[in-house]
Write a protein that binds this ligand. Structure first.
Ligand code: BGC
Length: 902
């Protein structure tokens, strides 16, 4: 095996149709280098350069490359060699065509071609508006769905490249057909868009642009080029209806329609080659049949999934199969009122022919499917096709706790279900938009779970498009903003413009990408500065919109949207944070003047926040969980200890449970772990009662929910207005699980320096973890056995790791395999005493028994109607006037509790 692995361009292996500029290369190696990277075209050396080990995560060649060229990159050291082949795109300049008659719904463009010489290779370069699926001789071209993807088509339009060599037949008529559907371009999209008004955001006519290049084996022969031009014909398809929210209807009994002419249409689209990761079929789920009390035939896919249902059974002539999607059952019956106006229905009307039924221009988020139109449903005729953007998985996690394992699994499903070209909030209701906060809070978790480089590179470009075309420097609430249908994002949402580029840089170490996104960060920073100046230049931002601590539990009512944390404080903190990140990026990129300016401003904002929100002696004047989280996480305080003490009190008053929303939740456990409150963090994470992550799992969650109370304890849905069962934002807790509990933290761009510091607790005994970073694979396995902690780590080449054991001993090591062992504190193996919060005692069978036996009156007090006693400890109870148990039993209880080894 070579010592140079994972050689990739733009994080892709052997892609076709990549751009001629802006490409970055990377590889993983266990050698020290330096390496020689040589770029060949047709065996001719074009460029070569030296690559140092630390550059191996992201290096480039001089731009531009040539269009339509096969390149070979060879990376070699004295002892190893690796190769990568890739092909650049053509400059697609074929005309756009459209049906001559406006109004044909979901048409098929077609043309027959004859090939009379042996083919060496054939490429189809294609794009369309709205969505297209191409077929050659009845076979689908490529494995992608929903192409050309989702973005603001007025900003750029991607064309894809397919290898179609195998689909073309020699000496026969080859039938090329391009089916088109509405998609995001033309179909209903956007919040509160009734079907009559929702469409045509980007245009109202289907358009197609393609180039089919066929290269003959005999090199002397010219290539055959077929373009979209006047020679194409178009006809109506059998699609009756399709759009993203409502689903698709196909009537196979419709007669074949007559062909019509196409016309060439002058278009000014900014055509760019695709980034290279398309939405493809990634998994197949087999359903079970469930008959509801109402007698409904329901398929249960056992997993909230995103994609569509494929039907392989038969339909007689005029038989109509209707599939309606839903996420949860209610009263054991089918339900989907939380999809709001999205109909999410698939309808097929049969003509008696045998075929496989699947939709072409829509997708659904669902676990259940209500089937009507079949007398008896055979679940074997159906499969759930999971589709998402084709990104590599990079993380494995397993622990001894099934709930935590399930949480990580649910988080990964949440990512799959919301990574369809755009990072969406949810995949099922009439929304599915690229909400900026949702993905900002999730970005680090996403980068642990998958190699998301390309996905976010595209999304950052989308943000930039919105910023420049519609928002004058600001960032929208969601992107694509649907031509400014979204408002300005406000704090936490719009700050995605600074937070995502910086985190993508930290995760993948690509300075070129940071450089190209710097303008996005800077323009947003300047927008904030302008806002501050307009408000009196106080280095504070009080006015303007923010969603605040969205759907937090400390708002005015359980369904509160904005939560209870002072929105002004949130605005000021995120002003500070975005300026800080812009200053860090400026520094990293050597933009010294900018760095000085933003660094100075950052300090001024910091001081202004202190003056506004902290007393001279350090008392923090806000008292919500999220306020404490922001203060501690961003290190904004006069007296850290006081903030910590007050935060602990707040959590205790909140019954040791989470109350935070979109702003506080992603950070709360990070903040607790980083400020010496590990036990608080574990208690919140492991809490099985409402509200909390495990509460959802206990109620059957297979993905992450939008709200802590998406389902109430009895399984009833808490409301339908804003209630999704596949909303990845709170899955951001996995960043804490990976970085603080497993303990692998990134300290420098591209994972070149890491900290491994497992923060352990009696509630978790072992973890097995691996993560394939851009610098190579980390492995961390740890376990707690009685009084011993054992850690095995594998550090990849070129990485420096600081390892801190639970006994605080630390080691700095380079690549290699290491085993450590240490004694742990008593609180880890014998955590119970009379100073343990009573809720923890009650959660442990043995501890609870001891408490009950030795202090029966206090036990009844604590388990009685007044919950207040549960947040106290036994020692506290024993000092109360109502304490009537024998005093000497308190000490005994303490001794017995301390013997428990959970
Ligand atoms: C979305 C959220 C989003 C929010 C804005 C909702 O409708 O689903 O996830 O961030 O609006 O507050």
């Amino acid at each position: 095996m070579s010592n140079i692995n994972n050689l990739k361009v733009n994080h892709l292996k052997n892609p076709l149709g990549i751009d001629i500029k802006g490409n970055i290369f990377s590889f993983v190696t266990n050698e020290k280098g330096p390496f020689k990277a040589s770029l060949f075209s047709q065996d001719k050396l074009i460029q070569s350069r030296e690559v140092k080990l630390e550059e191996s995560k992201a290096f480039s060649f001089k731009d531009p490359l040539e269009y339509n060229t096969n390149y070979k990159l060879v990376v070699d050291s004295s002892s190893s060699k690796a190769e990568l082949n890739f092909e650049t795109c053509i400059k697609l300049s074929s005309p756009f065509i459209k049906p001559k008659t406006k109004g044909i719904f979901s048409p098929i463009f077609f043309k027959n071609i004859k090939i009379d010489k042996e083919i060496k290779k054939a490429r189809l370069y294609i794009t369309g508006l709205g969505l297209y699926q191409a077929f050659i001789n009845g076979k689908k071209v490529g494995n992608a769905y929903l192409t050309p993807g989702y973005n603001d088509y007025d900003y750029y339009l991607r064309y894809q490249t397919y290898d179609v060599t195998e689909l073309l037949k020699l000496n026969e008529e080859n039938k090329i057909e391009i089916h088109m559907g509405d998609g995001w371009y033309k179909g209903r999209i956007g919040i509160n868009k009734p079907i009559e008004k929702g469409g045509n955001v980007f245009g109202d006519e289907y358009k197609l642009c393609l180039n089919l290049s066929v290269y003959y084996k005999d090199e002397k022969e010219k290539i055959l080029t077929i373009e979209s031009d006047q020679s194409w014909k178009v006809k109506k398809s059998k699609e009756v209806f399709n759009n993203i929210y409502d689903g698709e209807e196909i009537d196979y009994t419709l007669p074949d329609s007559s062909e019509e002419d196409v016309v060439i249409t002058e278009e000014k689209y900014n055509l760019i080659p695709d980034y290279g990761a398309l939405m493809v079929e990634k998994k197949i789920l087999k359903p079970e049949l469930y008959i509801s009390p109402k007698g409904e035939q329901i398929l249960d896919f056992k997993q909230n999934m995103v994609g569509f249902i494929r039907y392989k059974g038969d339909l007689k002539k005029d038989q109509e199969l209707v599939i309606t999607h839903g996420e949860v059952l209610q009263q054991k019956n089918f339900y989907n009122a939380n999809y709001r106006t999205a109909k999410a229905i698939l309808k097929y009307k049969g003509d008696g022919e045998k075929r496989i039924y699947e939709p072409k221009f829509t997708y659904f988020g669902f676990r259940y499917a209500l089937i009507t139109g079949l007398e008896k449903v055979d679940p074997k005729d159906f499969e759930g096709v999971v589709i998402y953007t084709d990104l590599e998985k990079t993380l494995k996690f397993k622990s001894d706790n099934q709930n935590i394992n399930k949480l990580v699994k649910n988080c990964k499903w949440g990512q799959r279900g919301n990574f369809l070209d755009v990072p969406t909030d949810c995949p099922q209701r009439d929304e599915r938009l690229g909400w900026t906060a949702d993905t900002q809070v999730f970005v680090n978790t996403a980068c642990y779970n998958m190699d998301t480089y390309i996905f976010y590179k595209k999304y950052l470009n989308d943000l930039r498009g919105d910023q420049t075309m519609y928002f004058n420097g600001d960032i929208p609430m969601y992107s694509p903003s649907l031509k400014k249908e979204a408002g300005e994002g406000g704090a936490v949402w719009a700050d995605a413009g600074c937070i995502i580029p910086w985190n993508i840089y930290l995760n993948y170490g690509d300075k070129n990408l940071l450089e190209s996104n710097y303008i996005l960060m800077k323009d947003y920073a300047e927008t904030l500065i302008k806002r501050d100046i307009e408000q009196g230049n106080k280095k504070l931002i009080f006015e303007g919109f923010t969603f605040g601590d969205w759907v937090a539990q400390d708002g005015v009512c359980p369904q509160s949207l904005f939560g209870g944390t002072d929105p002004k404080f949130i605005k000021c903190v995120y002003y500070y944070r975005s300026i800080e990140l812009t200053s860090l990026a400026a520094k990293e990129l050597g933009k010294n003047e900018d760095f000085e300016k933003y660094d100075k401003l950052k300090k001024e904002i910091y001081n202004a926040i202190l003056d506004e929100y902290f007393s001279p002696t350090g008392k923090f004047c806000l008292d919500t969980q999220t306020a404490y989280v922001l203060s501690l996480h961003y290190k904004i305080y006069r007296n850290k200890e006081r903030v910590i003490q007050d935060f602990k009190e707040r959590i205790k008053k909140d019954f040791y449970r989470i109350k935070t929303g979109f702003t506080g939740t992603p950070l709360i456990l990070l903040c607790l772990f980083d400020n010496g409150m590990d036990d608080y963090a574990y208690r919140i994470l492991f809490n099985e009662k409402f509200p909390g992550w495990i509460y959802c799992i206990k109620l059957g969650a297979t993905t992450i929910w939008e709200r802590w109370n998406s389902l109430l304890e009895d399984g009833t849905i808490s409301g339908i207005n804003m209630n999704s069962f596949n909303h990845y934002a709170y899955g951001s807790v996995c960043e804490t699980i990976y970085s603080r509990i497993v303990g692998l933290r990134n300290l420098s761009p591209g994972w070149k320096k890491v900290l491994i510091k497992p923060q352990i607790n009696y509630r978790l005994k072992n973890v097995n973890f691996s993560f394939e970073s851009i610098s190579g694979k980390f492995e961390i396995n740890w376990k707690c056995e009685n009084e011993k902690f054992k850690l095995n780590v594998v550090i990849p080449n070129g990485v420096e790791a600081e390892i801190i054991l639970p006994n605080n001993k630390n080691y700095v090591v380079a690549e290699g395999k290491y085993d450590y062992e240490c004694e742990v504190e008593k609180s880890i193996y014998a955590p119970f005493s009379i100073e343990t919060p009573i809720i923890d005692i009650l959660n442990n069978e043995n501890a609870s028994k001891i408490f009950k036996e030795l202090l029966p009156n206090s036990y009844s007090l604590a388990t009685g109607e007044n919950d207040e006693f549960k947040i106290e400890n036994i020692k506290h109870l024993s000092n109360l006037i109502m304490f009537v148990d024998p005093k000497e039993n308190v000490k005994k209880c303490d001794e017995e509790l301390s013997k428990i080894r959970p």
